[in-house]
Ligand binder design. Structure first.
Ligand SMILES: Nc1nc2c(c(=O)[nH]1)N[C@H]1C(S)=C(S)[C@@H](COP(=O)(O)OP(=O)(O)OC[C@H]3O[C@@H](n4cnc5c(=O)[nH]c(N)nc54)[C@H](O)[C@@H]3O)O[C@H]1N2
Ligand SMILES: Nc1nc2c(c(=O)[nH]1)N[C@H]1C(S)=C(S)[C@@H](COP(=O)(O)OP(=O)(O)OC[C@H]3O[C@@H](n4cnc5c(=O)[nH]c(N)nc54)[C@H](O)[C@@H]3O)O[C@H]1N2
Ligand SMILES: [Mo]
Length: 765
């Protein structure tokens, strides 16, 4: 057995292999809380769903352009690399000369694997830029609403979304931690880019020992670990804005708000006050009003409001809050509530987003630059907000609004995806499939036969992160990581870099693409650039060779006491925010001028398109929460042992409250049908009193496995068959997967076999 250490998005492991297959996965000894997700690596390199050879969809090979409607339903033909490279190059050349580079969609959203050099999307963008550019996507699925909104409210976005005051600062200062959407420890198992030590569990324990009282505001009790003994405020999903308005009304009507903070650091309090007292709509946002919407008792709301004022209080909201209809409002309201309390910029107080959403959030307080692969310049200007992909493919030439302007969807003829799985991540998969029929050519580079690979025309096999060298890290993580090749690539798999170099050669741009460097040259370059960017830091970096031998470089400079917005608090005139007023904008004139009904000029309770108070709840009376899986990263390695162990009766688990189960005659372990008017999926029932009644929960990431030819279905439990594909608002156009109603019933038919983890039929040329 050979043993080597490397890092992945979910941790650093000593990996044992025999004959090119993973047989043991042991977490690095100094990881205090290793992630069990690592076990999914066992047997993954030579699994039956591995893509071993370049392959072309059968009728694409025969009749190319006229067969888009057959995507996902046919056999593939294996071809040589030479053939595949030429075919991709010919198609790219044809499309760009006939329709222009705008017709190439290269957004290619997705996490790919850890590592700065082999980051699939960066490689693809670098390549596409060299051949004239592509239509791109902007923002993320994670928190698009925040990315677009926050610059208007607090002047920028990333520092607020992913760098809240760190735990070191909370411990000893915070007294009350009110967590909207909880602080789910399961999510801190990962960090995009790689990590070496999982730190949140220890910080949470220390915070508990330091006497911080936690309040978990969520329909799901386990969103805060039981060790924290959090008070559980269970609310109707998607009603947090109403609850916060009830809290705000209590504070202002009892004259408990911090007038001096509001005057010196904020603009727009009068508008908020007017809205709270019903000046604009005749409705007072009392605790009773809020209670009727959010289902939390009025006295719980008033007492929480008073405690928030009396204690040093941190008000946090999870990233998931932005992935619901009108997801902009909740972050705006969180900031507004924190402004009324008046502790923004003080140790342990204020607002925060995303604690433990990834390992790096709330830990270091650092912003260490890590070099990325240079991607060049994209001469094409067309773009979409990332979650509008189906709209774009279905509606070329149509106009869409985004962030204060109107744009037109380009006419996409060619799609290239590397490092993402839209048939995992996008909403309303049947609709996506209809849209996916339209382009003339779809290419996918992946390691495994995911749904996206199966629904593509040309599929190129990628070397997994264990089969290549790389450098890992991310600005708020605590180390730079040497990612070492564990074994040679299986079958004919190649790195994305090598695949794209081959296509670049066909198109005459390989010299610019590779710059004549090999893998280790690139890794060394990225390391040296990282060192150069950090030169002002006092810490001495080792030589590249020392770093590579050592396997890791730990940053010594961790901010012990990072307080978000401390400088602004100390001197609001010197450290102005980059908002128009230089202050926190509880009311934004700029947003008001956009005149978006679905995103007015101050935080507002707007009913989601689907929630338990809406009409559809008569037919579909359960709110489905589709959150991140605890036992895998999204859809990656869903067939692995850790992910498989989490399934119930072989299907994705659905957690259901005992009352809802009883009234439907559902027992633990039963296979159930979960459905709405967009589709149906099978799932395995888990009955649990830790979920609010009328709410059910399923994790994302079960590989899509439609009943034969019925795209609006899944035998396995892919939740995105059920979710709605609609933007958060005209401002951000973010995804709204978390606003989704369903019905659940026992599944009484014969249970079909799963086929998602079996590759499509592959014929020889
Ligand atoms: N209903 C619902 N849907 C959601 C969410 C939700 O909360 N609810 N969350 C959303 C969020 S926040 C996100 S970020 C997305 C995540 O969506 P994705 O990032 O698309 O999900 P992954 O499963 O990580 O997909 C990564 C793909 O890249 C492949 N891959 C890994 N390494 C490499 C490589 O080196 N090269 C290439 N070419 N391929 C590689 C993997 O095999 C996998 O197929 O999902 C979104 N979808
Ligand atoms: N293990 C693991 N960790 C991950 C990932 C993964 O795939 N696996 N994915 C990573 C990615 S890409 C991202 S973006 C982050 C996402 O991080 P988050 O967005 O924080 O993660 P989620 O688990 O989707 O949602 C957190 C919780 O919000 C609660 N919630 C949902 N809707 C509502 C609501 O309307 N009101 C309230 N009060 N609560 C609600 C749910 O109960 C849910 O458990 O996680 C990252 N971490
Ligand atoms: Mo995400």
């Amino acid at each position: 057995m050979s043993l080597e250490r490397t890092s992945l998005h979910w941790g650093t492991y000593d990996i044992g292999t025999i004959n090119g297959e993973v047989v043991s996965v042991d977490s690095a000894p100094d990881d205090p809380d290793p992630s069990p997700i690592g076990a999914n690596l066992l047997g993954n390199l030579k699994s039956k769903v591995r893509i071993y050879q370049p392959a072309v969809r059968e009728s694409f090979l025969k009749s190319r352009l006229k067969s888009g409607h057959r995507r996902g339903r046919e056999a593939f033909v294996s071809v040589s690399w030479d053939y595949a490279e030429k075919l991709v190059a010919e198609e790219l050349d044809r499309v760009r000369s006939v329709y222009g580079n705008e017709s190439i969609y290269g957004g290619s959203y997705g996490w790919g694997s850890a590592g700065r050099f082999h980051h699939a999307q960066s490689q693809l963008h670098r390549f596409l830029n060299l051949i004239g550019g592509f239509t791109r996507s902007v923002n993320t699925y994670s928190f698009a609403a925040a990315e677009v909104l926050l610059p208007y409210i607090v002047g920028s976005q990333r520092p607020f979304i992913s760098r809240p005051s760190n735990w070191q600062n909370l411990i000893g200062n915070t007294e009350l931690f009110v967590a909207f959407g909880g602080i789910p420890l399961k999510n801190s198992q990962v960090s995009s880019g790689g990590l070496s030590a999982h730190l949140h569990r220890d910080y949470m324990k220390a915070a508990y020992r330091a006497g911080i009282k936690f309040v978990n505001v969520s329909p799901i009790r386990s969103d805060t670990k039981s060790e924290l003994k959090a008070e559980w405020v269970s609310l109707v999903p998607n009603t947090d804005v109403a609850l916060m308005l009830g809290l705000a009304f209590t504070i202002v009507s009892e004259n408990l708000h911090d007038s001096s903070f509001l005057e010196n650091y904020c603009v727009g309090f009068e508008k908020i006050e007017g809205y709270l007292f019903g000046k604009s709509d005749g409705i007072k946002k009392t605790a009773l009003w809020a209670s009727e919407i959010c289902g939390v008792k009025p006295d719980v709301i008033t007492s929480l409001a008073r405690r928030m004022i009396a204690r040093r209080t941190l008000i946090s909201a999870s990233w998931s809050m932005t992935r619901q209809d009108h997801g902009e409002q909740i972050y705006w309201m969180t900031i507004t509530l924190a402004a009324l309390v008046g502790q923004i910029g003080l140790p342990g107080g204020g607002f925060a987003f995303g604690y433990s959403a990834e390992n790096k959030v709330g830990v270091s307080g650092l912003e260490n630059p890590v070099s990325r692969l240079a991607q060049g310049i994209n001469p094409v200007t067309s773009f979409i907000p990332v979650a509008r992909i189906a709209d774009m493919l279905l509606g070329p030439g149509q106009t869409f609004s985004y962030n204060g302007a109107d744009y037109v969807y380009p006419d996409i003829r060619f799609v290239y995806w590397a490092g993402g799985n839209p048939f995992h991540h996008h909403q309303d998969l049947a609709r996506l499939m209809r849209a996916w029929h339209r382009p003339e050519t779809i290419i996918c580079n992946d390691i495994h036969w995911t749904a996206t690979a199966r629904c593509s025309d040309i599929v190129l096999p990628v070397a997994s992160p264990l089969e290549r060298n790389d450098i890992g890290g991310s600005p708020s993580e605590l180390s730079l990581l040497a990612m070492k090749q564990i074994c040679p690539a299986a079958g004919e798999a190649r790195t994305d870099h090598d695949i794209l170099s081959g296509i670049a050669r066909q198109l005459g741009v390989d010299d610019q693409f590779t710059e004549g460097l090999d893998e280790m040259d690139w890794i060394k370059r990225l390391y040296l650039e990282t060192v150069e960017m950090a030169e002002h830091e006092s810490q001495r970096f080792p030589s590249f060779e020392e770093f590579w031998d050592e396997g890791e470089f730990k940053y010594s400079k961790v901010k012990d006491n990072y307080v978000m917005l401390r400088e602004f608090r100390v001197s609001p005139s010197r450290d102005r925010l980059s908002t128009p007023s230089g202050k926190i904008e509880l009311y934004s004139e700029v947003i008001t001028e956009f005149q978006y009904k679905d995103c007015p000029g101050y935080p507002t309770w707007l009913e989601p398109h689907e929630w338990l108070g809406s009409e559809q709840s008569r037919d579909f009376p359960l709110h489905l929460i589709t959150n991140q899986p605890g036992d895998r990263l999204h859809s990656q390695l869903d067939f692995g042992p850790a992910s498989s162990a989490g399934k119930v009766s072989g299907r994705e688990k659905i957690t259901i409250n005992p009352d809802d189960a009883k009234s439907r005659s559902i027992k633990e372990g039963d296979i159930v049908r979960v459905f709405n008017d967009r589709g149906e999926v099978l799932a395995g029932a888990h009955i649990c009193s830790g979920i609010r009644s009328s709410v059910v929960q399923m994790a994302t990431g079960a590989w899509w496995d439609p009943f034969s030819n019925k795209t609006a279905s899944c035998k396995h439990g892919n939740v995105n068959v059920l979710t709605k594909d609609q933007g958060t608002s005209q401002l951000a156009q973010g995804p709204t997967a978390l606003s989704c109603l369903v019905q659940v019933e026992p599944y009484l038919d014969e249970v079909p076999d799963l086929t998602a983890h079996i590759p499509p039929e592959i014929r020889s040329f």
